[in-house]
Ligand binder design. Structure first.
Ligand code: GAL
Length: 495
């Protein structure tokens, strides 16, 4: 298909309609599996994973060779339990509905690694900042299910700053704000877990968090233990009120890393020191599963001064980091701003402008998936428009993010304002993102040689959900301002 055809308005409308349709169709036909196909968990600790699948409901789930200690709930696809014996378990999952059945291979790896693919979920910070409370968390968990996000693989609901009571209890135990969390965190995690989702929390390596709530310094063990009692599945650990010294950063992050490992629970560890002291060199060694590489993201394409986290400045800073990412350890260019339209309290200056455009949000999602970044949305899931849903719930781009090989895309072409990224995938296919960073529409001829590929490849457009023929000589691409086209290339030899 020649994309330059899309310049005609009527065809554009048809394409938009078919894109929206194709996501809607996900909920009508045969069962289709999505998201991660490999899950890590520590031995003897609570395991929870909802098999992400779409298709006409009801869907009934079955399994073969599920390790001892786990159970799969037939009506929901929620797998729960504990496995004490370390090992790599190859499980067959079967999903059946009125239209037919589908099977997939799921690997459950019981060992010392978590996050074998980039974590997917939601974080409260960008939009809600200090208005986080129990009711919000419950509503977001419900929305993650009702919007279909859980069916595509999203699972973490991460509470950021401001869940805290004014002080710890008399024994030094952390306490949530009793007004915002009247039932306590254990009750809330039970709610979130009952929906097959996971609950994350936030603290800081200093005495105080960035919002001046109590921090974790010198309370690492009691905090990790309490988080485990509360049923917490992820900790984001910030860096405010800490002396700006590398030695200090390493020691404090290591301390919490050890405490989490000893907590008796599989708790993902998110290191948030904004890229200071190059965490890609040490964060994995102190137990981190992913680490921020930049300052906070803003809902802006470009801003001055350049060290603020505009979309472009954050993207540029990822270029040389591809070699540090892999299963269990990821670069984190910060959570996403898709669908915020400038309304994020933390990222958009309170609606002073409209934030990014939908095309730019699509580029954002495309590149975060290519870069194997954590896919943590941070918008209001209760009120997403269709454009936002089509971006966040596109199964084909999510499959690139969750690919088992865990490669972070490398920028392989920089031709004026066109940047091309390449990410190799487990089955031998290759994902290519062609990004137009210009404010103007651009034409670009994509050639096999530029990508270091030989042989014949078929190309599929991941956003238009359509085949584009072979990439034998070149593909003539036409890109809107700030648009990214993502192609899945499959060798005809491997077919
Ligand atoms: C910042 C962090 C943000 C958010 C905020 C909370 O340091 O980068 O993502 O967590 O603190 O106060």
């Amino acid at each position: 298909m020649n994309r330059s055809l899309f310049l005609f308005p009527i065809l554009w409308l048809a394409v938009l309609f078919s894109t929206a349709q194709s996501n809607a169709l996900l909920y009508e036909g045969l069962p289709v599996f999505h998201g991660a196909t490999i899950i890590g968990n520590y031995p003897g600790t609570d395991f929870l994973f909802t098999v992400p699948a779409t298709g006409e409901r009801p869907i009934t789930f079955f399994s073969k060779d599920l390790p001892k200690g786990l159970n799969l709930e037939a009506t929901t696809g929620i797998i729960k339990g504990k496995v004490s014996e370390p090992g790599e378990y190859h499980v067959k999952i079967i999903a059946a509905n009125a239209k037919g059945r589908a099977e997939e291979d799921l690997k459950i790896v019981i060992g010392d690694a978590l996050c074998l693919t980039p974590p997917m979920g939601w974080n409260s910070w960008n939009v809600f900042t200090n208005t986080l409370d129990e009711k919000l968390v419950m509503e977001i968990a419900d929305a993650m299910v009702s919007s279909g996000m859980r069916d595509l693989g999203y699972q973490y609901i991460n509470m950021d700053d401001y869940w805290h009571a004014p002080a710890r209890d008399a024994n030094g135990k952390p306490l949530p704000d009793p007004k915002k969390f009247p039932h306590g965190i254990r009750w809330l995690s039970d709610y979130v877990h009952s929906r097959g989702l996971k609950l994350g929390i936030y603290s800081d390596a200093g005495n105080k968090t960035c919002g001046k709530c109590f921090g974790g310094f010198q309370h690492e063990e009691i905090d990790a233990k309490t988080y485990a009692e509360w049923g917490i599945d992820l900790l984001k650990y910030d860096f405010c009120f800490v002396p700006l010294k590398k030695k200090e950063a390493l020691a404090r992050y290591q301390k919490m890393g050890n405490a989490l490992k000893g907590s008796g629970r599989s708790i993902v560890y998110s290191i948030c020191n904004w890229g200071l002291f190059k965490p890609w060199n040490w964060a994995e060694n102190v137990g981190g599963n992913y680490w921020r590489t930049t300052p906070d993201i803003r809902d802006k394409w470009k801003i001055t001064p350049f060290w603020y986290g505009s979309f472009m400045s954050i993207l540029k800073r990822q270029t040389k980091l591809y070699k540090y990412a892999g299963p269990g350890h990821w670069n984190d260019p910060d959570m996403m701003i898709v669908g915020n339209y400038g309304l994020g309290k933390a990222t958009g200056g309170g609606g002073a402008d409209k934030g990014l455009t939908d095309t730019e949000y699509q580029t954002h999602m495309s590149l975060w998936c290519m870069l194997a970044a954590p896919l943590l949305t941070s918008n209001d899931l209760r009120s997403m428009n269709d454009a936002t849903k089509n971006i966040l719930l596109n199964p084909e781009i999510i499959a690139i993010s969750q690919d088992e090989l865990g490669e972070q895309a490398k920028r392989v072409v920089k031709a004026g304002s066109i940047w091309v990224y390449r990410k190799n995938l487990k089955d031998g296919s290759v994902a290519i993102a062609v990004f137009n960073k210009s404010k103007k529409e651009k034409k670009f001829d994509l050639k096999e040689a530029q990508l270091n590929l030989t042989g014949t490849y078929t190309a599929r457009d991941v956003w238009q959900h359509s085949e584009m023929g072979t990439l034998k000589n070149k593909l003539n691409l036409s890109l809107n301002p700030h648009e990214t086209i993502v192609l899945l290339l499959t060798s005809t030899q491997s077919k």
